[in-house]
Design a protein around this ligand. Structure first.
Ligand code: SF4
Length: 573
């Protein structure tokens, strides 16, 4: 019954049973007293310093989060001077006047997912929130309409399985935010010093190998953030992922917190059952893969623990030096034990520890399982991974995918951290028709070894920090390598335009970091080349292979590199 609105249909996005399970998480955590140490008084103040009112030394005339005001980083000064959550009137004024923000407001607007990206484009980009990477067909249509009516007519899938819409004039920003709220999405906290989109494997809920469906946790955490002001205005941005154990990786070890589902069998000293191991401090741009903290939490303890870690981070993060403000530097300074003492103070349950070796190992991630046709846990249903080159879809393609999901699937789409789209819940006898329609849209489902693993950040056509045209060059490079190197094994090539590393070049098999170099007296776009990175079971930081290679010299170099890899003596190399 594809596209049915019947709650009990097996291919509907959520069955009645799943809805009950999801609602239980949202309502149950607070009722069971799993939170502690949080004073909601901070939620009604306009004073940013008081937003974390449970903290002893948060505000005042002279200090902000305990730091003398004159020592604060510029962005902290901006947050202190005017809480970016409280600028709705300002957004209205800018929209009415069709005026872009200036000065510190460019930063404040990012709290609402609004990025004024001049000079790359004299317009806004809005970054959405798509927790758990689930989008219903009406939501996809809503975003397509928004992109068509106000933006450049396209949207980009990001490396946090999220969407960005670009080329929005200042006059549109309030309408855009209202529309996003009305279609059940939103953008608050999608930029600046906030918790970014909460990610999950895109196959959550139907992956044959998953340990537990993590969609309820993404949803519960999303709403917890939305309703607690001290979850905003952190010392720096913050990433959280839930890993169900499914075949498609969510790159949990690249997050500040990665919750990884596991089972604990009898005899390990804790009650047997489903738990989450907790990884901490993944920031690949700083060449760090998250480490095992030893913490073990039940599913209903995940949201309280995430909130407690964020609160402890608020108390201890460096607000003077942006380069040292991420969570990993707090742990470098304090040590894990001292930091967890602070975390414990915000919890209504005792932290539990168990060595990762005593937990059931995570089922293996399957490279490029985000492409092609794969069976779901319900017999007779399949998901189709669609290759969306470097994540860009036109509004017309989005409309058509929404229709496809309603007619041949379950009325929903999923996004992946590999910048592509899954069409789930396709019955066996509809797969061929779905593939034909995907092909008509100009997309492929083929898990091509090179094209399927291309990841690129926005680049200099839309981001002021970029040195290179990452998206355009990714496609050109991918096509060259596809046509010249016959490679069977899936490969990931990540192109990032600046050291901010939105495309995570350090975890690519090949990572390319954009730069400008001088050649014959002229500045040309180039890349530093890194090789051998990976995540999950292949975790590792890539090492430098070459520096400052002009882009037009790069394809033949990578062609030779990959040919020698293909012809290597040992298949496991
Ligand atoms: Fe912009 Fe740099 Fe991020 Fe690319 S990596 S999108 S250039 S900030």
């Amino acid at each position: 019954m594809a596209g049915s609105s019947d709650d009990n249909a097996t291919d509907a996005p959520f069955t009645a049973e799943q809805k009950e399970y999801i609602a239980g998480f949202a309502a149950g955590t607070a009722a069971r007293g799993l939170f502690a140490g949080h004073t909601p008084a901070g939620q009604v103040t306009n004073d940013p310093a008081a937003a974390g009112a449970n903290l002893a030394e948060v505000g005042g005339e002279e200090t902000y989060y305990g730091v003398p005001v004159d020592e604060l980083a510029k962005e902290e000064q901006l947050k202190r001077a005017e809480n970016p959550l409280d600028i709705w009137d300002k957004l209205l004024a800018h929209a009415n006047a069709d005026q872009p923000p200036e000065g510190g407001d460019v930063f404040r607007f990012k709290f609402h997912g609004l990025f004024y990206v001049a000079p790359a484009q004299d317009s806004f980009m809005v970054r959405l929130r798509t927790p758990g990477a689930v989008l219903t067909a009406p939501q996809v249509r809503g975003i397509a309409g928004l992109a068509r009516d106000w933006g450049g007519g396209y949207a980009d899938v990001t490396t946090r399985s999220n969407l960005q819409v670009r080329e929005l004039p200042p006059s549109s920003i309030v309408e855009v935010l209202m529309t996003l709220d009305e279609i059940g999405l939103g953008a608050r906290g999608a930029g600046a010093d906030n918790i970014r989109n909460i990610t999950a494997p895109p196959t959550s809920g139907f992956d044959p190998q998953e340990i537990v469906d993590v969609r309820p946790l993404c949803r519960a955490l999303q709403h917890y953030l939305y309703n607690n002001r001290d979850m905003y205005g952190l010392p720096r941005k913050f990433n959280i992922a839930f890993d169900s154990g499914g075949a498609v990786s969510v790159l949990s070890d690249t997050n500040d917190i990665g919750f990884v589902a596991t089972r604990v069998e009898d005899g390990q000293g804790v009650e047997p059952g489903v738990y989450f191991r907790v990884l901490l401090c993944g920031i690949t741009g700083h060449e760090r893969i998250a480490f095992e903290s030893g913490l073990l939490v039940r599913p209903d303890e995940c949201v309280p623990l995430a909130a407690a870690i964020v609160r402890a981070f608020n108390e201890t993060g460096d607000r003077t030096n942006r380069k040292k403000a991420r969570l990993c530097y707090v742990l470098d300074r304090l040590g894990l034990d001292a930091f967890l003492e602070r975390v414990q103070a915000h919890l209504g349950f005792e932290l539990r520890f168990l060595d990762a070796e005593k937990c059931t190992p995570r089922p293996p991630e399957v490279r490029h399982a985000h492409l092609g046709v794969h069976p779901q846990s319900t017999p007779g249903l399949n998901y189709i991974g669609i290759d969306v080159p470097v994540g860009r879809m036109t509004a017309e393609q989005m409309d058509a995918l929404a229709a496809l999901s309603e007619e041949l699937g379950g009325g929903e789409l999923r996004l992946t951290v590999w910048q592509n789209v899954l069409l789930p819940h396709v019955p066996d006898d509809k797969v061929d028709e779905a593939l034909a329609r995907i092909s008509e849209l100009g997309f492929s489902h083929e898990p091509h070894a090179i094209m399927g693993g291309l990841v690129a950040c926005t680049g200099n056509t839309g981001c002021r920090y970029a040195s290179t045209n990452t998206k355009g060059q990714a496609i050109a490079l991918g096509q060259h390598l596809r046509d010249t190197v016959g490679l069977d094994e899936p490969l990931n090539i990540h192109l990032t335009g600046c050291p901010n590393s939105c495309a995570q070049h350090y975890i690519g098999d090949i990572g390319l970091l954009g730069a400008l170099v001088t050649r014959a007296g002229e500045l040309v776009e180039a890349y530093h080349v890194y090789v051998g990175g990976g995540a999950g079971q292949d975790a590792g930081i890539a090492r430098e292979f070459a520096k400052g290679v002009p882009f037009d010299e790069l394809p033949p170099i990578l062609e030779r590199l990959l040919a020698s890899y293909r012809d290597r003596a040992e298949p496991d190399d």
